[in-house]
Design a protein around this ligand. Structure first.
Ligand code: GLA
Length: 415
């Protein structure tokens, strides 16, 4: 059964009535530009033809009641629930969405049934599909009329409250993507541009066999990268004599010609406390996260992290040019270079992801790389149309699957 029918059926079964509306929200694949978004640097994702469906209706009770076919137990949360006090990870996402919407509108009771065919904890953004889908649902039920760009920003804020200090890529592409196109997203200043996929290209995604739960174990590793790149930005700004207000990010210094050269002068490892003192910035700017404080004594490999982020941002520009020139071999090389940098400098690959990328490349993909935050999850490959089945078979042999072709699809909306 497709997720829309499954959500509708689950709603009827659980609440005994018909839903008032149905929302479909795609997952996403990030083609290139990994761990650049929270540095204010560009990304190149697309929405996929796997969705989370939400069937919903107003409730006479002042609570959010939700049932999910993928997660237990069902949720029943007061409308003023504090996400930090909600122990169940998937309930925390629901509570975080209520928390970010509260200042915008008086909330009313709602009933939801959720079904999805996006593999969870995969790096294909099942959690952002849920948070964006929830916001579209509540926006419609409360007749708020908020634009999708605003809903994407609220969803990103909600996910930060739920614990991982994410950038804004996933929510924006899920809310704003168009069929058969990639979406280049810039953050400084904010901009979006669709790039058509050349005819005859296909994309395959494949599991490495290990989950990467952003709500769980991958969260600490992710937040360490966020703090590590803030540290690098603060130290580089200090070397370049640039004044940074607010939280330092590498996007603030990336355009300065000397920055990539000075990366080699960064300390190999340093703690936030020592870096704050060296760069003369308040420690809180480096370690404050939306849902807590990062340990200021942790020693972080900031030089390698900064090297990855600055080089990856350049690869996004090159990848956009390769897609526009319909140059598949050039794009493939960029994906492979991105993966090597994520493996060696950003240290967020795993042996299973490395083996998967190699296997898909050997089976005829022009290139492949881990997609999403890494630390497990999925890889993406790009190949000529007609070669998908060989790439999929090789991926399943290497890592056990699942592996499947994905099509660049439209963003979220009412079904
Ligand atoms: C996760 C985050 C995104 C982005 C990627 C890494 O998917 O939610 O904001 O940072 O990791 O590129």
């Amino acid at each position: 059964m497709n997720p829309l029918d499954a959500a509708r059926a689950a709603f009827r079964e659980h609440f005994g009535t018909e839903p008032a509306l149905l929302v479909r929200t795609p997952g996403r694949v990030n083609l290139i530009g990994e761990h650049t978004d929270y540095n204010g640097l560009p990304v190149l994702p697309f929405a996929i033809d796997r969705i989370t469906a939400i069937a919903a209706a107003p409730s006479p009770e002042p609570a959010l009641e939700a049932v999910s076919l993928g997660f237990e137990p069902p949720a029943r949360l007061p409308l003023d629930a504090d996400p930090a006090a909600v122990p169940e990870p998937w309930h925390r996402y629901l509570a975080a969405v209520l928390a970010v919407l509260r200042p915008a509108a008086p909330l009313q009771g709602v009933r939801l049934a959720i079904a999805s065919d996006i593999p969870p904890a995969s790096g294909l953004s099942s959690s952002s599909a849920l948070s964006v889908g929830m916001l579209i649902t509540l926006d419609a039920l409360l007749s708020l009329g908020l634009p999708h760009g605003t809903l994407a920003e609220l969803a990103a804020r909600a996910e930060r409250l739920a614990g991982a200090e994410t950038g804004g890529m996933d929510q924006r592409v899920i809310a704003c993507a168009r069929e058969r196109t990639l979406l280049r997203i810039d953050f400084l200043p904010p901009a979006m541009r669709t790039i058509p996929v050349p005819p005859g290209w296909s994309f395959v995604v494949a599991s490495s066999g290990l989950p990467a739960p952003k709500g769980g174990t991958a969260r600490e590793a992710y937040n360490e990268r966020v703090v590590g790149t803030r540290i690098a930005a603060a130290l580089l700004a200090d070397m370049l004599g640039a004044e940074l207000e607010d939280v330092p990010i590498l996007g603030n210094v990336a355009a300065i010609d000397a920055a990539p050269v000075l990366v080699d002068e960064l300390p190999a490892r340093i703690s936030a406390r020592r870096a704050a003192a060296a760069a003369g910035v308040p420690l809180e700017r480096l370690v404050t996260l939306s849902a807590g404080t990062f340990d200021p004594e942790t020693s972080i490999p900031v030089r390698a992290y900064a090297r990855h982020v600055l080089a990856e941002a350049e690869r996004v520009d090159l990848a956009c040019a390769a897609v526009e020139a319909a140059d598949l071999p050039a794009l493939g090389e960029l994906l492979l270079a991105s993966h090597a940098s994520l493996r060696d400098d950003y240290r967020c690959s795993t042996p299973a992801l490395d083996a998967l990328v190699t296997a898909m490349h050997r089976a005829g993909a022009a290139g492949a790389r881990l997609t999403g935050a890494g630390f497990g999850g999925f890889a993406v490959a790009v190949c000529e149309m007609g070669r998908e089945s060989r790439v999929i078979e090789a991926a399943v042999r290497a890592a056990g699957g699942p592996a499947f072709a994905v099509t660049p699809s439209a963003g979220a909306g009412l079904a």
